[in-house]
Write a protein that binds this ligand. Sequence first.
Ligand code: PBG
Length: 336
Amino acid sequence: MANSFPLDLTQRPRRLRRTASLRAMVEETVLRPADFIAPLFVVDGKAPPDEIKSMPGVFRLNVTDLVKECRALHKAGVPAVALFPKLDPALKDDEGTHALNDDTLVLRAVRAVKKAVPEITVITDVALDPYTSHGHDGVLNQGRDDVENDRTVGILGKMAVLQARAGVDLVAPSDMMDGRVGAIRRALDAAGFSGTGIMAYSAKFNSAYYGPFRDAVGSAQAAGTRLLSKATYQMNPANRREAITEVLLDDAEGADILMVKPAGMYLDIIRDVREVTRKPVAAYQISGEYAQIHAAARLGWLDLVRCRNESLLAIKRAGADMILTYFAKDMALALK
Ligand code: PBG
C-alpha cells in the first residue's frame, strides 16, 4: 500500500528535538569539570616542558611545572590528577629495584603537589613498568618468559605504602596481578594508612592503544624488542564475562573505585561493570584514543573539539562516574 502524507503518526520523537531549549531539557547525560582526572607525566631535572610527539598538547613536566599544572587544573575545576613518572633509564633494572626507594621522583612529585595544592586529589600508579628495564609491570620468573605474580604483589604492597606515606589520596594498581588489591589493602592498613583509597585498574585490557603512553614513559622497550606483550596479565580484548570476574574480585578485595581501561572501545564493559557493582566506576580514555582524535584532526578529517566532546560524553553515558583523560583541562575549561 502506498503511503499517504502526512503520515498518521502519534509518536514523533523529533518534536523534542525541534528547538535548542527543548533539546537541552531532554538531555540525559551532562559532562562537568568534576568528572575528569588528568593523567600527568613527570620527569626529573629542570628542563622545560617536553611535548610527547604522539600526544599533542601533553608534556613531560619537571616537578616545578607539574605543581603549576596542578594549580591550573584545580582552578579549572578538575578534582584529581594521576601521576606517571618517566625515569632516567640508568635507574631501571631487571627487578625494578628503584621502585622501593623512599625518595623516588614520583614520591617527590606527590609531596610537592600536596604541599602546594592540598585540595587536589593525587593518584599514583602502583606498577613496576616505569622501573623495569624490560618494561613489564612486574618482576620476571626464572625462565624470563613471564611476570611472576606473587613476588610482584609483595613489591606492589610496599610501593603503595611508600606512596601513602608521601600523601597520595588514592593508589592505583595498574598491573593486573592476581590478588594485588587485597594485598595492597592489607599492607596499607598494617602501616596505618586505612584512609588511603584504592582505585583499581580492574578490567585492564591488553590494548594496542597504549603505544603513545609507553613512548611517554619509556616503557616500550621489552628487552631489546619494541613489541612488549603484556598478554599474560592484561585481559584479552575479546572477553566480556571475564571483565566482570576481575571487577568483582577487586570489589571484594577492597577496591574503592573500579576502573575499565581503555574506555572508548570498551563501552559495553563500562556498562556491565556499572551494573554489577555499587561502587564508583572509572574509565581511562587512554593515550591511543587521544592520539587518534588528534591525528585525524591534524589531517583535517575530524573536528577536534566535537570529537573530544562526543568521545567523553559516550564514556559517561556508558556508565562511568569519572574519566581519566588527557583532555581533562581543555574539557573542564570548555565547560566552565
Ligand atoms: C602501566 C600503565 C599503562 C598505562 C597506564 N599505566 C600502559 C601499559 O599497561 O603498558 C596506559 C595509559 C595510556 O595509554 O594512556 N602500568
